[in-house]
Design a protein around this ligand. Structure first.
Ligand SMILES: [Zn+2]
Length: 586
C-alpha cells in the first residue's frame, strides 16, 4: 500500500532538507550547498552535501544520497511510512487514516509500544506528585534536584505494589500483552501479569525524537537491584541509545562538544546545574553505535573516566573506539573518584566547567597515566611497544604526530626514528586505497544522464517518462537498465532510492555523476520542471533518430557496395519509415 502521491508531494514541498539534516548533524554553508561530516561513513573533511534548491543530499565520499524522505529513512532508521508520517506531522500535512500493507504490522506494533510507554510515563509522573510518591519526592529533594528539572526529564514513580500499572492500563482498555512487549509488565506464573517496576523512581528513556522507548527505575528504600531497566524491545536496543541526547542536541551544537557520563543522575544533576550538553550510556560500555549516533552532532567529546583499574580498562576500550571513529576525545577524571552528580552538587557549575575545559586529550591522558614512567631501559622498551600498538590505532595524521612527539619526549627517543617505525608499521597494516581493475569512467550520454537526474529530483514526472517509452531509446545499457528500474520502483513504492537501485560500489562513479549534475545544475523553476522533462525527452528522441539514421545509412552503403538489391530496398524502406516517424515528433 502506498500513500497518496499528492500528499507526498505536499510534504516534500513543505519540508526543508537543510533544516531536517541540521537536526542530525552540523552543516556549514559552502556556496549554494551545505557541507557536513557524513553520518554514514567516517571522514575528516566534509563531503556530505545538502542542496536546498534541489532538496537533495549526497555524500561524495560513500555515495549515500537522496531526498528528505530517504535521508530520514537512513539517518533515523525509519521505514518509508514512518518517515512519511514523521514528516507529515512536522509539516502539518494531514494524512488519510492509516493504510495497512507493506510494513504496516511492524509500524503498528512500534506505534503501539511507543503509545503505551507514553501512557505509562504520564501515569508514573502523576504518581510522583501524589501522596504515594512522597518518599520518591523526598529522595529527589535530598539530592537537591529541583521540581522543574524532574518535570523536564518526566521523572515518575512506580508504587510498591504488584499490580498498579497493570490495573491502570487494563482499566484504560489497553492490552497487557502489548504492555508485556513494551517491558512494562511481566507474565506471572498463574494469574496474568504483574508490574515490572515497583517502588521505584522512574526515568523515561527517550529516543532522539523524544518518544519514550524504555524506562529505568531506581529503588526507593530497600531492594535489589538498585537500578532496573526495561528489557530490549522492538523500539529499544541497549547500546544504541544515549540518555538525554534528545534534550542535549541543541547544547551540543552550541558548545561544540558533548560530555559523556554514566548515569541518569549525572545527566540530570549537570543539566540542573546548567551544563546541558551531556548524555549518558546507561550501564552499558560505550559502543560503536553510540559514537555513530553522537557523530551526527559533534566530533568532539569529553568522556568521564574513573581513575581506578576498571576505569582504565574502560578508557582503553573507549579510546580505541574514539580513534577508530575519528573523534577528538578528552578524558575527564574527577578528583577523589567522585561522580559528576556528586561533584557538581558539591562544587557547582564553575568548578565542573573548569575541569572539563582542562581535560587532557585521551592520548595525553594515556601517555601520562596508562603508559606510566619507565625507569630502566627494559621498562622503556616495553612502553615503546605498548605505545607503538597504540599508535596504530590513531587514524588522524595530526593527532598521530602529536602523540609521537609526546612519546619521544617522555621516553627520550628520537622523534624521526619513532615516526619511521610507526609509519612502517601502519603502511603494512592498512589496506591500499582504491581498487584495481575498476574501469575508467566511460563517456556517457549527457542527455540520458540528465534525464535520470531529473527523474531522481522530480519523481512525480516519472510516469510521463514511462508513457513516452523513452527509456527504450537509451543507447547506454547501464542507464537504460537504471531508468527502467527507477520507473518500476517508483510505481511500486512511490519513491526513488538510488542506493537500492545501484547497490554495488562499482556504480558509485555513476551515482557521483548523477548527483554532481543535480547539485551543480542551476535551480529549476517549479513551473519549468515539466518543460525540462519534455525538452530532455525530445532531445533523446532526436538523438536516437540521428543514431538510427546513421546506422541505416552505413548499412545502406554496405548493401550498395555489395550490390544487394533486396537489402537496399528493405533498408530504404526502413529509412523512409524512420524519417516519417521523426517528422511526427515536431
Ligand atoms: Zn558518506
Amino acid at each position: 500500500m502506498r500513500f497518496d502521491d499528492s500528499k507526498i508531494e505536499e510534504i516534500k514541498s513543505r519540508v526543508d532538507i537543510v533544516e531536517l539534516a541540521g537536526e542530525y548533524l552540523t552543516l556549514k554553508k559552502a556556496g549554494r550547498n551545505y557541507l557536513g561530516l557524513c553520518p554514514f561513513h567516517q571522514e575528516k573533511t566534509p563531503s556530505f552535501t545538502v542542496n536546498r534548491e534541489k532538496q537533495i543530499f549526497y555524500c561524495f565520499g560513500c555515495g549515500e544520497g537522496g531526498n528528505a524522505i530517504t535521508l530520514l529513512m537512513k539517518i533515523a532508521d525509519m521505514s518509508f511510512p514512518e518517515a512519511i508520517r514523521h514528516l507529515a506531522e512536522k509539516t502539518g500535512v494531514t494524512l488519510p487514516v492509516r493504510t495497512f500493507g507493506r510494513g504496516g504490522d511492524k509500524d503498528e506494533k512500534r506505534d503501539g509500544i511507543v503509545g503505551i510507554n507514553l501512557r505509562a510515563a504520564n501515569w508514573f509522573a502523576g504518581n510522583l506528585s501524589s501522596p504515594e510518591g512522597k518518599a520518591a519526592r523526598d529522595y529527589l529533594q535530598a539530592r537537591s534536584l529541583t521540581e522543574e528539572v524532574s518535570r523536564q526529564f518526566r521523572l515518575g514513580y512506580a508504587p510498591d505494589r504488584w499490580r498498579s500499572l497493570a490495573d491502570h492500563l487494563e482499566g484504560g482498555g489497553l492490552s497487557l500483552k502489548l504492555a508485556e512487549q513494551a517491558g512494562l509488565v511481566v507474565a506471572g506464573r498463574e494469574e496474568g501479569f504483574y508490574d515490572r517496576f515497583r517502588g521505584r523512581l522512574i526515568f523515561p528513556i527517550e529516543n532522539v525524537f523524544g518518544e519514550v522507548i524504555a524506562f529505568g527505575g531506581r529503588i526507593i528504600g530497600r531492594g535489589e537491584p538498585k537500578y532496573l531497566n526495561s528489557p530490549e524491545s522492538s523500539v529499544y536496543t541497549k547500546g544504541k541509545n544515549l540518555y538525554g541526547l534528545n534534550r542535549a542536541r541543541e547544547a551540543i551544537r552550541q558548545e561544540g562538544f558533548c560530555l559523556i557520563v554514566e548515569g541518569y543522575f549525572d545527566v540530570i544533576s549537570l543539566w540542573d546545574a546548567g551544563i546541558s550538553n551531556v548524555v549518558a550510556t546507561l550501564g552499558t560500555a560505550l559502543t560503536r553505535e553510540h559514537l555513530d549516533l553522537l557523530r551526527r552532532y559533534t566530533k568532539d567529546v569529553v568522556a568521564l573516566f574513573d581513575p581506578d583499574e576498571a576505569g582504565r580498562r574502560a578508557l582503553d576500550r573507549a579510546l580505541e573506539l574514539f580513534l577508530a571513529a575519528n573523534m577528538r576525545a578528552r578524558a575527564l577524571v574527577l578528583p577523589d573518584g567522585s561522580d559528576p552528580d556528586e561533584f557538581v552538587r558539591k562544587h557547582g557549575k564553575e568548578k565542573m566547567a573548569a575541569l572539563i575545559a582542562a581535560a587532557p586529550t585521551v592520548s595525553d591522558y594515556y601517555i601520562d597515566n596508562v603508559l606510566g614512567d619507565g625507569k630502566t631501559f627494559e621498562e622503556n622498551r616495553d612502553l615503546l611497544k605498548t605505545a607503538m600498538e597504540f599508535l596504530e590505532k590513531i587514524g588522524d595524521g595530526l593527532e598521530r604526530n602529536l602523540f609521537i612527539k609526546r612519546i619521544s619526549e617522555k621516553l627520550g627517543i628520537d622523534q624521526a626514528l619513532l615516526k619511521k617505525e610507526a609509519y612502517r608499521k601502519t603502511s603494512r597494516t592498512r589496506p591500499a586505497q582504491g581498487r584495481p581493475g575498476q574501469t575508467a569512467q566511460t563517456s556517457r550520454s549527457a542527455l540520458e544522464v540528465n534525464l535520470i537526474r531529473l527523474m531522481l529530483e522530480y519523481p512525480q514526472n516519472i510516469l510521463l517518462v514511462e508513457s513516452e517509452e523513452i527509456i527504450d531509446l537509451f543507447l547506454d545499457e547501464q542507464l537504460k537498465d537504471l531508468g527502467a528500474k527507477m520507473i518500476q520502483t517508483y510505481k511500486l513504492l512511490g519513491f526513488i532510492d538510488l542506493q537500492v537501485l545501484l547497490p554495488t560500489d562499482a556504480d558509485k562513479p555513476l551515482k557521483d555523476m548523477i548527483y554532481k549534475l543535480s547539485i551543480e545544475a542551476p535551480p529549476t523553476d517549479e513551473n519549468m520542471v515539466g518543460r525540462n522533462f519534455a525538452d530532455n525527452i525530445r532531445r533523446i528522441k532526436e538523438k536516437w533518430f540521428r543514431e538510427k539514421k546513421r546506422l541505416l545509412q552505413h548499412q545502406l552503403r554496405q548493401a550498395q557496395e555489395d550490390g544487394d538489391e533486396k537489402m537496399i530496398r528493405e533498408l530504404t524502406f526502413q529509412k523512409q519509415d524512420l524519417i516519417r516517424q521523426e517528422k511526427q515528433l515536431q
